[in-house]
Design a protein around this ligand. Structure first.
Ligand SMILES: Cc1cc2nc3c(=O)[nH]c(=O)nc-3n(C[C@H](O)[C@H](O)[C@H](O)COP(=O)(O)OP(=O)(O)OC[C@H]3O[C@@H](n4cnc5c(N)ncnc54)[C@H](O)[C@@H]3O)c2cc1C
Length: 383
C-alpha cells in the first residue's frame, strides 16, 4: 500500500528490477532483523549474523561491480535498499556507511589489489566497513584533524583518535582520515584503509537514539598500516572526501524521506483508529490540517530527493545541491516526526510506539554527515 499522500507516485529513475529489490529488502528487514530489535537496542550494536545474511541475499555491495562480488548495480540500488531499511523501521545495520559510503570509496579510488582484497568481504558481510573523519577535538573543521601517519619503511605508523564512528564497534575495515604532512593543511591529508581489531576500539557511545547501531571511539597507538593500504595518492585525502561527500549527504536525505513517509503512514492509521470527543482524531480539523501539511511536505521531499538521485546517477549532483538535500530533508524529517508524535498524545512519548523512537532517531540527522549549519555555508558559497 502506498504512503498516504504518495498515491500514484513512482520515482522517475526507478525500474521494475528496483521493485523486486525493494521487496527482498523489506522482507529481510521485517522478518529477519526487526524481530530482534529490542535485544539489538539493548546490546547497542547489530548482529554480525545479520550482515552475513544480508550478504548472502545479495543486499551488500549492490553498486559494486560483480567481478568483486557485488551486485553490479548503481546508486539507485543502494537508494532503494536504504529507503526500505528506514521505511521498515530497521536501524541496527550501518548500511548507509557500509554500502552507501565505504564500498563507494574503494570502487572509486582503490587499486586493483585493494579492491580484490576488501570488496568481496564487504559484499559478503564478512567484513564491516566504517569511515573515520571526526576527532574528539572537532568534526566540522575537517582540515584541522590531528591523527598523524608517519612513513616508516613499507608502513605508516599512525597515532591519534577518532570519535562518533558509525559501525566503530563492529567494523573490521576503517577508512581513516590522517595527516601525512600537517604543514600542508588540507593538502597534507590522506586516507588509509585500516584493518582494525579490538585493540583499536574505545567506548561504545551511549546515545539518545539509534540504540541498536554502534557509534564508537577508535584509537591508534603506533598502529602500523602498510603503505599499500593508502587510498588514492598521499595528500589527496581531502579532495577525495570532498568528491564523495555529496553521495554521503544524499544517503542521509534518502533516509530522511523514508522516515517522513513512515511517520505519515503510522500517524494516519492511528488518527483513523483513535477517538476523542466521540469521533476519530482524523475527524478533527486540526488533525486533518497537520496531516495534510505533513503529507504534502513528504511528497515534495520525495520529489526533490528523486531529482537528486537522478542527478547523481547522471554524475551531476553538485556539492551545494547535495547540501540542500541533506539540510532541508533532515529538517523536514524532524519537523514531520515531531508533529506526527503530537497526534499520538501521551502514547507518542512512550517507547512502545515506534513514533517515539523515530523522534529520538531523527535528531542526529541534522548533526552527522556535516552539520546543517555547515550545509548552509556550502549552499551560501555557491549563491
Ligand atoms: C550518531 C553519530 C554518528 C556519526 N558517525 C560518524 C562517522 O561514521 N564518521 C565520522 O567521521 N563522523 C561521524 N559522526 C560525527 C559527525 O559527523 C560530527 O559530530 C559532526 O560533523 C559535527 O562535528 P562535532 O560534533 O565535532 O561538532 P563541532 O564541529 O564542534 O560543531 C559544534 C557546533 O558548531 C557549529 N559550527 C561549527 N563550525 C561552524 C561554522 N563555521 N559556522 C557555523 N556553525 C558552525 C556546528 O554546526 C555545531 O552546531 C557521527 C556523529 C554522531 C552523533
Amino acid at each position: 500500500m502506498p504512503t498516504p499522500g504518495l498515491h500514484g507516485y513512482t520515482s522517475p529513475w526507478q525500474r521494475p528490477e528496483h521493485a523486486d529489490l525493494a521487496e527482498l529488502a523489506r522482507t529481510f528487514f521485517t522478518k529477519e532483523v526487526l524481530p530482534h530489535a529490542a535485544r539489538l537496542a539493548e546490546q547497542g550494536h547489530p548482529d554480525r549474523a545479520h550482515y552475513l545474511r544480508a550478504g548472502e541475499l545479495g543486499l551488500l555491495g549492490l553498486s559494486v561491480p560483480e567481478v568483486y562480488g557485488g551486485g553490479g548495480g548503481d546508486f539507485g540500488h543502494e537508494a532503494v535498499l536504504l529507503h526500505e531499511q528506514t521505511y521498515t523501521g530497521e536501524t541496527s545495520l550501518g548500511l548507509a556507511v557500509h554500502s552507501g559510503i565505504v564500498t563507494g570509496y574503494l570502487v572509486a579510488y582503490g587499486t586493483e589489489e585493494q579492491k580484490r582484497r576488501w570488496l568481496p568481504g564487504l559484499c559478503s558481510g564478512e567484513l564491516v566497513g566504517a569511515i573515520a573523519m571526526t576527532e574528539p577535538g572537532g568534526g566540522s573543521d575537517l582540515q584541522a584533524i590531528r591523527t598523524r601517519a608517519v612513513r616508516d619503511g613499507d608502513d605508516y605508523v599512525v597515532n591519534g583518535s577518532k570519535t562518533f564512528i558509525t559501525n566503530g564497534h563492529v567494523a573490521d575495515l576503517v577508512i581513516l582520515a590522517v595527516k601525512t604532512d600537517p604543514a600542508l593543511g588540507a593538502a597534507g591529508t590522506s586516507l588509509l584503509v585500516c584493518e582494525v581489531g579490538d585493540a583499536n576500539r574505545g567506548r561504545l557511545l551511549d546515545k539518545i537514539g539509534l540504540h541498536a547501531n554502534d557509534t564508537a571511539e577508535l584509537f591508534f597507538d603506533d598502529f602500523r598500516v602498510p603503505r599499500a593500504h593508502l587510498l588514492g595518492g598521499e595528500g589527496e585525502g581531502f579532495a577525495l572526501m570532498m568528491r564523495q561527500l555529496p553521495q554521503e549527504r544524499l544517503v542521509i536525505g534518502v533516509g530522511a524521506v523514508a522516515a517522513m513517509q513512515r511517520a505519515v503512514e503510522l500517524t494516519v492509521a492511528y488518527a483513523k483508529d483513535r477517538t476523542a470527543f466521540g469521533k476519530p482524531l482524523i475527524g478533527h480539523q486540526n488533525t486533518r490540517m497537520v496531516l495534510a501539511e505533513c503529507a504534502t511536505r513528504t511528497r515534495v521531499a520525495r520529489v526533490f530527493t528523486d531529482d537528486c538521485v537522478a542527478r547523481h546517477l547522471r554524475g551531476e549532483l553538485d556539492a551545494a545541491t547535495a547540501a540542500m538535500a541533506k539540510s532541508w530533508l533532515t529538517e523536514g524529517q524532524c519537523e514531520v516526526v515531531d508533529r506526527c508524535l503530537q497526534i499520538f498524545g501521551g502514547y507518542g512519548y512512550t517507547t512502545e510506539y515506534p513514533i517515539a523512537r523515530m523522534f529520538a532517531d531523527a535528531r542526529v540527522q541534522k548533526i552527522y554527515g556535516g552539520t546543517n549549519e555547515i550545509m548552509k555555508e556550502l549552499i551560501a558559497r555557491a549563491l
